[in-house]
Design a protein around this ligand. Structure first.
Ligand code: CA
Length: 229
């Protein structure tokens, strides 16, 4: 399983609904973290770093709206897209009116196909490579469907790890990634890899990017990590 597959946090108190939804998301290639209430969802945020959250409106204790509000208030989770599920369209109107910051709304019973389309639409914005798109940075073009990378039109030879590293960088040019964050994203959180391994693969990526000439687009940020541009 690819370590860079997007993680979806599913928050739903009804076990059967939670499982059907999780199963469908996993079939589409997502990693799924499950929460059965709002407290658990808020706790899992820090552990799982989800790329998107599918959040039921009707939850015991802390309501979906309150969970949504809290996620959108915290600076570190503010940009994680949230799709709210609700049983009635009037509830959706109310969520909109409350300006909780949810990014999309789906009324139950929903069609699985529609929900998957909504999830992918949100990810296209936050995780473009995961949605099968072309990423461009200056003269570098990465096609996440064909796994081809070109620089100034010439094809580059990249190993699978270097490809995933480059994908991570190209999704957020300018962002500084620490070695630990790159390990989580590229190697996966369940695998023990020494942080020096990251440096080795960064070296290989730099070499690969310059194999047909051109400057080194990767920047070493002392004490912090690496960034593209
Ligand atoms: Ca519910």
């Amino acid at each position: 399983m690819a370590a860079d597959q997007p993680t979806v946090l599913v928050v739903e108190d009804e076990a059967a609904q939670r499982e059907v939804l999780s199963y469908n998301l996993e079939s589409e290639g997502f990693r799924v973290a499950r929460a059965e209430n709002g407290e658990e969802a808020l706790m899992l945020l820090d552990e799982e770093h989800p790329d998107i959250i599918v959040l039921d409106w009707m939850l015991p204790n802390v309501s979906g709206i309150e969970v949504c509000r809290q996620i959108k208030t915290r600076p570190e989770t503010r940009n994680v897209p949230i799709i709210m599920l609700s049983a009635r369209s009037e509830e959706v109107d109310r969520v909109r009116g409350l300006e909780t910051g949810a990014d999309d709304y789906v009324v139950k019973p929903y069609s699985v196909v529609e929900l998957m389309a909504r999830v992918k639409a949100q990810l296209r914005r936050t995780r473009p490579a995961a949605a099968g798109l072309r990423l461009e940075y200056e003269d570098i073009v990465l096609d996440s469907e064909t796994h081809r990378v070109t620089r100034s039109g010439s094809l580059l030879k990249l190993g699978p790890t270097e490809f995933r590293l480059l994908t991570t960088f190209m999704e957020k040019p300018g962002r500084v990634w620490s070695r630990e964050q790159l390990l989580d994203r590229v190697w996966g959180r369940d695998i023990y890899v020494d942080t020096r391994t990251v440096d080795v693969h960064i070296g290989r990526l730099r070499k690969a990017l310059c194999q047909n000439g051109g400057g080194d687009p990767l920047r070493t940020v002392r004490g912090a990590g690496y960034a593209l541009g």
